[in-house]
Design a protein around this ligand. Structure first.
Ligand SMILES: Cc1cc2nc3c(=O)[nH]c(=O)nc-3n(C[C@H](O)[C@H](O)[C@H](O)COP(=O)(O)OP(=O)(O)OC[C@H]3O[C@@H](n4cnc5c(N)ncnc54)[C@H](O)[C@@H]3O)c2cc1C
Length: 567
């Protein structure tokens, strides 16, 4: 008899609600409708709300997701989530970790650390079950109820695209109705109804290898790290991954061997002995209970464009990335962050529609990068052919004696993408010998935030909100008058631009010239390759739009204008 326990998460249920209707049509037309309340839908809605854009979010279910899905959220995603105002929940519940170990048979063949140093505010990764991820984002969306109108149990059933908008037909337990939107963001997951309706097909590779996904409840003092066992004595020929989640939940993924029947393998009676022999091998003696089993099959697929007129696709609706390397939800959260500011500025009439094409080109390039890593990891975790299996065995056996081979086993965990080829990047200034390059995300560094007469310990990312940021480096807060005038003119015309001074010396920020950050560790200047007079212009998603070793205001103004109105 297998000891099982109910899933340790009691999802809140939300009722359906009808808006004001006239003849089966919603009276009000909406600037943006987001379809789907998964991680990507919530981040998109919160991102738009950050810019003051009202959003209707349609969700077919009556609660957040159920069961075991994403569990690893990257530092880059946490930085985005911080800007969305939901970071405290992630840090309070999630388990931070920095590395892991891989074993071949009984030998340790790799110990890896993800990039981490004292400049970082956030851990490289936190483990958190997807239902918690969604609940924390939903709680934040409820705080933004002034702008985010969530419609539960509201399933999109028909989509008609028009030149200047989209008509959506939805079904609810209280009846069907139609609504109109200027823009639709499809975040409706891997089986996207929107993608189907537009007749779009994902391209790429679907792998045959399958993994059994198991969650168990077990009290163990083991640290949080990623454990990978290749061909372990407890499950010869298979690959097994082990992750710790909050609440004493342990996630175990193991590869199905050739010829095994997936339906039979996930029966509790078949799962339990495999789990027990793994725990025996790991030396875990505490009692445990089975709480979830499922099957996973890796796909490495993407659309070739994420913008189709007034419809934009994001997250799993746009691409499916193998779970090895944890790029699924993480890349979708990055999509949402890239899209939200662009769509907000277009909705508000501050940017041309062509800006949205850069969402597509930047994020399709990101998907290709994610897929290339995800594909390599999948081929290692679940070799698709005898030849791959042979190569893997060779790499693992050599890694025992030869440390230089160990990079082949590295799980290539997700990391921030650089938009090297972005059409938005300004011409580069070749005088820089360091620093985040064009298209790269800001470099994190501790600073002392000086606002008025208050000073507080902070990190640079704490000072980057829903706006473009002009980072001006100086000795003690001095600024060129044309920079101040230019920022003031942008703000005057309603464009969110913040001037943030980074200073070498402590200074008294009483002059009313806006916020400043004292580089009290002396690390920010070298990290950005900056000297007094340097200007770095960041996009609202924190990527570098342009940089000038000595501020060149006409060039910076041209860069912003070109980004808002690309050809
Ligand atoms: C076993 C497993 C492990 C994973 N591990 C990781 C990991 O560690 N890290 C990681 O980054 N990713 C991981 N992933 C991937 C991650 O779960 C997905 O990439 C992520 O859920 C995608 O989010 P999404 O919002 O795009 O789609 P979804 O989460 O699928 O959300 C789509 C939403 O749209 C709703 N919807 C669908 N159709 C309609 C409709 N017609 N009308 C209205 N609503 C609709 C659905 O109800 C759902 O709520 C894992 C996935 C699996 C299966």
């Amino acid at each position: 008899m297998v000891d099982t326990a109910p899933y340790p998460f009691e999802a809140r249920r939300y009722p359906a609600r009808l808006p004001a209707l006239q003849g089966g049509h919603e009276v009000q037309r909406h600037p943006v409708v987001v379809v789907g309340g998964g991680p990507v839908g919530w981040c998109t809605a919160l991102g738009l709300a950050n810019f003051g854009v009202p959003v209707v979010l349609l969700e077919a279910d009556d609660s957040v997701c159920f069961g075991s899905r994403a569990i690893c959220i990257s530092r880059r995603s946490l930085q985005i989530i911080q800007r969305l105002g939901a970071l405290p929940g992630f840090l309070a519940t999630g388990l931070p970790w920095e590395g892991g170990r891989s074993y071949w048979r009984q030998q340790e063949v790799l110990r890896f650390q993800m990039p981490h140093d004292s400049n970082q505010k956030l851990p490289p990764m936190v483990n958190l079950a997807q239902y918690s991820i969604e609940q924390i984002l939903l709680d934040r969306a409820e705080e933004r109820a002034d702008l985010i109108d969530v419609r539960w149990q509201t399933r999109l059933t028909q989509l008609t695209t028009q030149e200047d908008g989209v008509e959506l037909q939805v079904d609810t337990p209280q009846g069907a109705y139609a609504l109109q939107a200027d823009w639709v963001v499809a975040c409706d997951g891997g089986r996207s109804f929107v993608r189907e309706s537009l007749g779009l097909k994902l391209q790429g590779t679907s792998y045959e290898g399958r993994y059994v996904i198991v969650d168990i409840l077990m009290d163990s003092a083991r640290p949080t790290e990623r454990l990978a066992y290749f061909d372990p004595p407890c499950n010869p020929g298979s690959t097994v991954l082990v992750h710790k989640q909050p609440g004493n939940v342990w996630r175990i993924d193991y590869q199905l061997r050739d010829g095994e029947d997936p339906d039979a393998t996930i029966q509790p009676g078949n799962v339990a002995p495999r789990v027990q022999s793994l725990l025996d091998m790991m030396g875990e003696t505490a009692p445990w209970q089975l709480i979830w089993t499922g099957i996973y099959k890796a796909n490495a697929l993407t659309l070739d464009r994420y913008r189709h007129g007034r419809v934009l696709l994001a997250g799993d609706a746009a691409h499916l990335v193998p779970i090895f390397g944890v790029r699924g939800a993480n890349s979708g959260i990055d999509d949402a962050d890239n899209l939200a500011w662009k769509l907000a500025l277009v909705v508000k009439g501050q940017a041309s529609e062509a800006l949205l094409d850069s969402y597509s080109s930047e994020r399709v390039a990101a998907a290709h990068e994610n897929l290339s890593y995800g594909t390599k990891s999948t081929e290692f975790m679940a070799p698709p052919s005898f030849a791959f299996d042979l190569m893997r065995t060779a790499a693992l056996s050599l890694a025992v004696q030869h440390p230089e081979v160990r990079s082949l086993i590295n799980p290539r965990q997700t990391s921030a993408i650089t938009y090297t080829q972005s059409p938005l990047n300004a011409p580069d200034d070749t005088r820089f010998n360091a620093g985040p390059v064009l298209g790269q995300v800001l470099a994190e560094v501790p600073v002392t935030a000086c606002e008025g007469n208050t000073r507080r310990e902070a990190f640079l990312s704490d000072l980057i909100g829903a706006h473009f940021t002009a980072l001006h480096f100086s000795a003690q807060g001095e600024m060129p008058a044309d920079l101040q005038d230019w920022v003031a003119a942008q703000v005057q015309r309603g464009l969110p631009v913040l001037l943030l001074r980074i200073t070498q010396q402590a200074f008294d920020n009483q002059g009313g010239d806006g916020p400043a950050a004292w580089d009290h560790t002396g690390r920010a200047f070298p990290l950005y390759g900056a000297a007094p007079g340097t200007l770095v212009l960041l996009r609202p998603d924190g990527h570098v739009l342009g940089r000038w070793h000595q501020a060149d205001m006409p060039a910076a103004a041209r860069a912003l204008q070109a980004a808002l109105h690309p050809n």
